[in-house]
Design a binder for this molecule. Structure first.
Ligand SMILES: C[S@@+](CC[C@H](N)C(=O)[O-])C[C@H]1O[C@@H](n2cnc3c(N)ncnc32)[C@H](O)[C@@H]1O
Length: 419
């Protein structure tokens, strides 16, 4: 009975239908998801158990080769060229397309063919006769695809993102971040001095925001748009460390009377304000330069929701507490703190494995103490500032949304949603 209830249960505090509909392409109906995940999990475990360990370990050691194939295909813009030629394309046509578009000045067609044949094996292309076509995964490497992963691949599998990972052996001995081991500075400080690297990271971040924002928008309901005063007037959404404003723009476009404020460092703030202007949101959204370690600008006292996505996992408990203290100082009593993070130990193994890799990425990229956390670790960070969890909303991915409020706020229910 409990299983049936779990399978058919929709996330209890669902958002307006129109919001969910906007993300329907990347979301499964919840019952399908609930049944499909254990099946996927079973198939994954079965494949693992059936592979002899003496084969499995060398295969694990070679996983980076697949990463390099994806990177090379993305970096050479092969998928964009194929798409512009309306495919199917022969290897000669792709080679010519790469030269004509100025992606490369010379090309070895034989080598290109070997790369493309290997990319078939990892599922980026398929063959039709002697010509190549993009699979749905290959399409994600087009720069102009609305859900493109190209920028993410260029950072994650490229030299900037990979080098700190290679320093893990040193990190384990020194306790430094991989970034510090390789570049001699912590990531955000180093990137501010390296605009090209910052740009690659920011593009990747923006692309991942697009990909994962449905966890916030499609599953979280903004509590019936109740604002901090307890009335149902439209709300002020504030994104702390909100990057280039991808999420903010998305929230405001679904809630046409909401307003937004974003806090971040100089480069993303410029990009965010440009984005707001381009999307005709400049009258409702503003990005402000500042540090979340300093008192927040006065404008932030108007916030109904303080949203922090992928912020706390970049920092130690001590620094996370400092950031949240700044939020709590600015927040009026009725305002909610929304954390969008991966939460350890809450999902099937397929996602938990991904979160463990993210945890190691935090060790490689960020200062000592940066890590993924469990739900009780998030709860205790917030409870030390007087906040209680009011909602936990899972998504069909590794991210969850946690809503925290200070108890005894007037005019609103203390609890809603799944917890
Ligand atoms: C991992 S990114 C997350 C960006 C965005 N929230 C998202 O989910 O796409 C971390 C963000 O924190 C910002 N950041 C780092 N240090 C900061 C500081 N001291 N004050 C404000 N923002 C900061 C970075 O510029 C970056 O945009």
């Amino acid at each position: 009975m409990a299983v049936i209830a779990w399978v058919v249960l929709l996330p209890p505090s669902g958002p307006p239908r129109s919001v969910r509909a906007a993300y329907s392409e990347s979301l499964l109906p919840w019952p399908v998801y609930r049944i499909g995940m254990p099946l996927l999990e079973f198939a994954d475990r079965f494949a693992r158990e059936m592979t002899p360990p003496e084969m499995r370990v060398p295969m694990l050691a070679g996983v980076w080769m697949e990463s390099v194939i994806v990177y090379a295909v993305a970096k050479l813009s092969i998928c964009d060229v194929m798409w512009s030629m309306r495919q199917p394309s022969s290897v000669d046509e792709v080679a010519q397309g790469l030269v004509d578009r100025g992606v490369v000045t010379s090309i070895q067609t034989g080598h290109l063919q070997r790369l493309m044949d290997a990319a078939i094996e990892v599922g980026l292309f398929a063959k039709q006769g002697d010509k190549y076509v993009l699979t749905p995964s290959g399409e994600m490497l087009r720069a102009d695809h609305p859900r493109s992963s190209r920028a993410t691949v260029l950072f994650l599998a490229g030299p900037d993102g990979m080098a700190p990972w290679h320093a893990v052996v040193n990190s384990v001995q020194t306790g430094n971040s991989g970034w510090m081991e390789v570049y001699g500075k912590e990531k955000f400080q180093h990137m501010l001095e390296e605009p090209a690297q910052w740009h690659t990271f920011d593009r990747a971040q923006a692309a991942m925001s697009k990909l994962l924002q449905h966890s916030l928008l499609a599953e979280y309901a903004f509590t019936g748009r109740i604002n901090r005063t307890g009335s149902d007037a439209d709300f002020v959404f504030c994104d702390i460390g909100g990057g280039e404003g991808v999420i903010m723009a998305e929230v405001l476009s679904h809630y046409p009377n909401a307003r937004g404020l974003l806090l971040d460092q100089s480069a993303p703030v410029v990009a965010a304000n440009n984005r707001f202007a381009a999307k005709s949101l400049a009258d409702r959204a503003m990005a402000i330069e500042g540090s979340f370690f300093d008192p927040l600008p006065q404008e932030f006292q108007a916030c109904d929701y303080f949203h922090l996505r992928w912020i706390l996992h970049d920092w130690s408990d001590h620094d996370s507490h400092r950031i949240l203290s700044r939020v709590a100082e600015a927040a009026e009593r009725g305002a909610a703190v929304l954390l969008s993070e991966a939460v350890l130990g809450t999902q099937p193994h397929i996602f938990e494995r991904h979160k463990r890799l993210m945890d190691l990425t935090m060790m490689a990229w960020h200062q000592p103490g940066a890590k993924e956390r469990t739900l009780s670790e998030f709860d205790s960070l917030l409870s030390s500032l007087g906040y209680k969890r009011a909602a936990y909303v899972e998504s069909q991915g590794p991210m969850a949304v946690m809503e925290y409020r200070r108890p005894h706020t007037h005019g609103r229910p203390e609890h809603h949603g799944a917890s």
